[in-house]
Structure formats: C-alpha cells, structure tokens
Unconditional design. Structure first.
Length: 108
C-alpha cells in the first residue's frame, strides 16, 4: 500500500489530519469580479500574534484563496474577523466584499 504524504502543515499525526479537516475558499469581490485572496493575506491573518484570537488558531493557509480549518472554527465569525483585518491592513479595497465558503471534499 502506498504511503500517504504528510499534510501541508508538516504534522504527520492522525490528530493533525482531523484538526484541519475542513477546506474553505476565501475570495473578495471588487468591481463586480471575484478574486481569490492572496496567500500573503491569509497567512498574515492566521498569525495569532496579529489577530490575538485563539478561536482562529486552527487555521492554516494552503494556497491563494484556500485555507484548511478545524471543526470548531465558526465560519461566520471567521469571515467577519478576516474582513475587518483585511480592511485594517488595507488589503481589501474600500467597498470590496469578502466571501468565505466551505468546500465539500469528496470521499476517497
């Protein structure tokens, strides 16, 4: 049987595989078009020393517009906090909207 690669966060334990079990899409809309949030924005938000909100500890950016999050992370609260943070950092244009949605993962 082929061996699985460790998850992108570098943790190889089964516990870590379930910790980040949800995949989400993070996009912003500006001038009527949706764009994936750059990984730089997502990474900056995920660093707790900037947000100081432990509820978001179980978030890890994996690519532009894509994050993996834990089961206890509230999606609506995450979107609000990210939108606020991105506006404060001047990442989001003034009237841009942020969209956070869970991506369904097909069973193997």
């Amino acid at each position: 049987m082929p061996r699985r690669s460790p998850p992108p966060n570098g943790c190889g334990t089964l516990e870590c595989n379930f910790m980040f079990a949800r995949k989400i899409r993070v996009e912003y809309e500006a001038d009527g078009q949706r764009h994936p949030c750059p990984i730089k924005w997502l990474d900056n938000f995920s660093m707790r020393n900037f947000t100081n909100a432990s509820v978001f500890d179980d978030t890890i950016p994996v690519a532009d517009g894509t994050m993996e999050i834990g089961s206890a992370v509230p999606l609506a609260q995450l979107r609000e906090a990210m939108e606020d943070w991105f506006h404060r950092k001047s990442y989001l244009p003034k009237n841009a909207l942020l969209f956070v949605s869970e991506v369904s993962i097909a069973a193997p």
